[in-house]
Design a protein around this ligand. Structure first.
Ligand code: ATP
Ligand code: MG
Length: 408
């Protein structure tokens, strides 16, 4: 359990908005949401920092809004990194069990995880996460925790997540220039999935799809651990652009049309339904069929879900995940989006938003807040693990020691 009255901060630096979520543990050690801040002043393009000054001021504005609401000063946060430079792969290592009695120890698992990290990665990339997946002892496969088992040969499989080194540097620079200390950096899909999936879904096998403004992140879980992480450079802003082109309007008007009249299945829209553009903006004119807007939305969503299907195919999980797909991120708020996803992915699909929290939760029970909430939960969990039960704490500190971060 976390220390009493401690503050946890998740800072989601997105392309559309920068969000801060602040939680505080109460006397029983339970987390209460005490502050939320959002800034739409973001120098982030396609998930990557593009303008330092703009991003720094966006971070400050978001943190200050959350500070005022929470009534506490914030000086550190767990932050996300996003962008299509994020990639992942599985890697394996083998070691001989060290002890004379051939019992696998904690140190053996550290050595085997280290051995699995000995891989060549491109020069401008860096390893962000190395997540143990599964072990095998003398050929006995599928062992989650090998400590205490007897054997001679220990094999370990890890999931390695890499990011662009320059992108990570610029991100850290922005946060530090805003006067905030970085507690940890988590790849966006891991953070978003933390807030919206259950242990059971991850155990059975599921994909979490975070549809943001200019990126769509995905993470596949199986046997509770991440199997694949990837970020596509396309998101809900592409839908807005398509509407602007299709209706020959400005981006601002197209965004308003999407939010007010947008729906994902064109067949559900009666042909007689019309949108009067002058009601949205005095400077616009024209009456357009609402079904036409739905056709534009459905076409782009179909493309996005087909790209995701291709990603699942790469790892032989196309249509193969029993717990289905969880859609989250602001882009997942479009009406009937789950139906389009289901038709293409051939999986059960649900919308995922943060839940089961206490305090000021009205605002954050929304798919747009998944990443920020997930980041805050990672920070909380780290504290719980380091001061928590020996078993979990041990596994966690091992990851901290060997790699830069955590257990999912
Ligand atoms: N109610 C809604 N209906 C439809 N779309 C919505 C709704 N609310 C937000 N969106 C869309 O969601 C997108 C923003 O999502 P989100 O806040 O998750 O992005 P982000 O995290 O800042 O971006 P990224 O993850 O790509 O860096 C915008 O394109 C916006 O139009
Ligand atoms: Mg996002």
């Amino acid at each position: 359990m976390a220390k009493k009255e401690e503050i946890f901060v998740g800072l989601d630096i997105g392309s559309f908005k920068i969000t801060t979520v602040v939680g505080k543990t109460d006397e029983e050690g339970e987390l209460n949401i005490i502050g939320v801040g959002t800034s739409f002043n973001t120098g982030v393009r396609k998930g990557i920092v593009n303008e330092i000054e703009e991003t720094v001021s966006g971070i400050s504005e978001s943190m200050e809004t959350a500070e005022r609401m929470a009534g506490v000063q914030l000086d550190s946060a767990t932050i996300n990194i996003n962008g299509s430079h994020i990639s992942s792969f599985n890697s394996k290592g083998v070691v001989a069990v060290g002890k004379a009695n051939q019992e696998v120890t904690y140190e053996d698992t550290i050595r085997v995880d280290e051995a699995a990290q000995a891989v060549q990665i491109p020069t401008n990339k860096e390893i962000l996460h190395v997540i143990p997946r599964v072990y095998s002892v003398d050929g006995q496969e599928g062992v989650k925790d090998p400590i205490g088992m007897t054997g001679i040969r220990l094999e370990g499989e890890v999931q390695i997540v890499t990011v662009s080194e320059p992108a990570a540097k610029n991100l850290k620079k922005c946060v530090s220039q805003a006067g905030i200390q970085v507690e940890d950096i988590i790849a966006s899909p891991l953070a978003a999935s933390k807030a919206v999936t259950s242990k059971r879904e991850k155990e059975l096998g599921c994909v979490v799809i975070d549809i943001g403004s200019s990126t769509t992140g995905l993470i596949v879980y199986e046997d509770e651990r991440p199997l694949y992480v990837s970020v596509l450079p396309v998101g809900s802003a592409h839908i807005t652009n398509d509407i602007a082109i299709g209706l020959r309007t400005s981006i601002d008007v197209a965004e308003k049309v999407k939010l007010k009249y947008g729906t994902s299945l064109h067949k559900t829209v009666p042909e007689r339904e019309k949108i009067d553009l002058s009601e949205i903006d005095m400077n616009e004119e024209g009456i357009i069929p609402r079904r036409h807007v739905a056709e534009i939305i459905e076409a782009r969503l179909s493309e996005i879900f087909t790209l995701i299907k291709n990603e699942l195919r790469k790892i032989n999980r196309d249509g193969q995940l029993p717990a289905g797909a969880v859609l989250t991120g602001g882009g997942a708020k479009l009406e009937d989006i789950d139906q389009v996803a289901k038709n293409i992915l051939k999986l059960p699909c649900v919308i995922g938003k943060p839940h089961n929290l206490k305090g000021m939760v009205d605002k954050i029970y929304d798919p747009r807040f998944s990443t920020a909430v997930g980041l805050m939960l990672y920070q909380l969990e780290e504290t719980e693990h380091t001061g928590g039960s020996k078993q979990v704490g041990l596994a966690f500190s091992k990851i901290k020691k060997v790699f830069k971060t955590f257990m999912p």
